[in-house]
Design a protein around this ligand. Structure first.
Ligand SMILES: [Zn+2]
Length: 133
């Protein structure tokens, strides 16, 4: 058992391994294969392509190129993940805080609920406005 793992470890030396983009390819491939079965079967080939690309990247020895790809992916993914995590935070705090945007600069703001009409000063642009919370 351990010998087998050591051999695998040795074989993986100098290779890219799983990174965030590989995991994303895996998940996208799985989702696509479900979508393909439900709606449009030729999409299954796209999911195969994603798996092949994922395996190619995991076993690739061109680390510089693979890291560039992963960084480019993270640049797109981080804001998306941030948006989702903000929605979750908002949902969890929905009973204690009211969330709204500054009418001038659209910065996301929050105030404790149940205080009636309050005057809000935006942290970023210092616009003052009245909000019912
Ligand atoms: Zn503002």
């Amino acid at each position: 058992m351990y010998q087998w793992m050591q051999k695998l470890q040795y074989w993986m030396m100098g290779r890219n391994g799983t990174d965030q983009l590989a995991i994303a390819c895996m998940i996208a491939g799985l989702v696509l294969s479900v979508v393909a079965q439900l709606f449009f079967w030729p999409l299954i080939f796209v999911s195969y392509l994603l798996y092949i690309w994922m395996l190619f990247r995991v076993f690739s020895r061109n680390l510089a190129a693979r890291q560039r790809e992963n960084q480019a992916f993270l640049k797109v993914w981080r804001p998306v993940a941030g948006w989702f995590s903000f929605q979750r935070t908002k949902f969890r705090a929905r009973k204690t805080y009211k969330y709204f945007k500054c009418p001038h600069c659209h910065l996301a703001l929050r105030a404790p609920r149940g205080r009636g009409k309050i005057q809000v000063t935006c942290q970023r642009c210092h616009t003052e406005f009245i909000k019912r919370v």
